[in-house]
Design a binder for this molecule. Structure first.
Ligand code: DAH
Length: 330
């Protein structure tokens, strides 16, 4: 058969094969071998091509290459089409009732969890939540709280200075002053916030930590109310069996002052968890409240300290390392 006819024969043979394209992979592969394999129909045409006289070679060469390209492309198209059809068949048989993969949900930081719990307890009994500045002037952080310059009480808190009279607040008590400057009594607030101290870092001290300040001002406020409120709070947070004691103490902005200790079973010792007292009349005078008319109590507690006691955490630095192995446990 002349090469011209052989080419046409292969072309129509391949068309016929495409018309009944096989659907199992082995048959597809043998179809490929039959036409495009090393000993397939195309290869045979090229063998025949070797025999044609050289003046006819360019014409047949082009013709043959076209046929090879045509068959290769049509074959690949048929295979791709078949795969996409079987792919969609698989999709429709997907089992939508299978349980999904679990999502890893983030959680609040343990300090945020404690803070949220504390806020919840106090707002339930009528306290509002307020916030104040972390960069503070000497007046609000110290003077107005009855801590004059050169007073030894300043040594209780190692201070970071921004400028001569501007500090990173050493406690949230500064917000007591802002609240009283901006509102007329009565008032009842808790104030969560970050505070800073230039202390040697250890398992129990860090250069920053969190406090919640409480301030209650009204016409008739007694130490008994302060005691009852704090006892209620601690029993809400640590359970009804928590053992606590009030111990006389000193703070320049309260008189009398006390500290509250919580009994720690593990260590077999009292742990201090907060400071408190009746607002000192000198503080009321500094904000223009008449101390003959207004009375109040205040308290301040450390959120890290309380979280450590609640969850038996031994090192305060763990709160600031963002190690998921630690954070995942809460
Ligand atoms: N500001 C005190 C501190 O950081 C804690 C404190 C004690 C706050 C007694 C108070 C308070 O409001 O009445 O150590």
């Amino acid at each position: 058969m002349p090469l011209k006819d052989s080419i046409e024969a292969v072309r129509s043979e391949f068309r016929a094969a495409l018309g009944s394209f096989p659907d199992n992979p082995q048959d597809v592969e043998s179809l490929r071998v039959r036409f495009l394999g090393r000993k397939g129909a195309i290869a045979k045409l090229f063998a025949q091509f070797a025999q044609v006289p050289s003046e006819e070679k360019p014409r047949y060469g082009q013709e043959l290459n076209r046929l090879k390209k045509e068959i290769t492309e049509q074959f690949n198209t048929a295979v791709a089409q078949q795969q996409s059809e079987s792919g969609s068949a698989q999709e429709t048989s997907f089992d939508y009732s299978l349980p999904g993969y679990p999502f890893r949900l983030g959680k609040n930081h343990p300090l945020t969890q404690t803070l949220d719990e504390i806020k919840e307890i106090f707002t339930r009994i009528g306290f509002s939540v307020a916030y104040g500045p972390e960069v503070e002037d000497d007046f609000h952080n110290f003077q107005a709280l009855n801590i004059p310059e050169h007073h030894p009480a300043r040594d209780m808190q190692d201070t970071f200075f921004i400028e001569k009279n501007i500090v990173l607040r050493t406690h949230t008590s500064n917000v007591q002053i802002h609240l009283m400057e901006e509102n007329s009594p009565p008032l009842r607030y808790i104030v969560p916030g970050r505070v800073y101290r230039n202390e040697a870092i250890s398992f129990k001290s860090y250069c920053l930590f969190h406090q919640i300040e409480g301030l209650y001002v009204d016409r008739q406020v007694t130490f008994t109310e302060l005691k009852g409120t704090l006892e209620y709070f601690i029993h809400q947070l640590f359970g009804p069996d928590a053992k606590i004691r009030f111990r006389p103490s000193f703070f320049p902005f309260t008189e009398p002052s006390a500290e509250v200790d919580l009994w720690n079973e593990e260590r077999n010792q009292w742990m201090e968890i907060l400071g408190c007292g009746m607002v000192d009349p000198a503080v009321f005078e500094n904000v223009g409240y008449d101390p003959a008319e207004w009375h109040g109590y205040a308290f301040g507690l450390g959120i890290e300290r309380i979280t450590m006691l609640k969850y038996h955490i031994q090192d305060i630095r763990l709160f600031y390392q963002n190690d998921v192995r630690f954070l995942e446990q809460f």
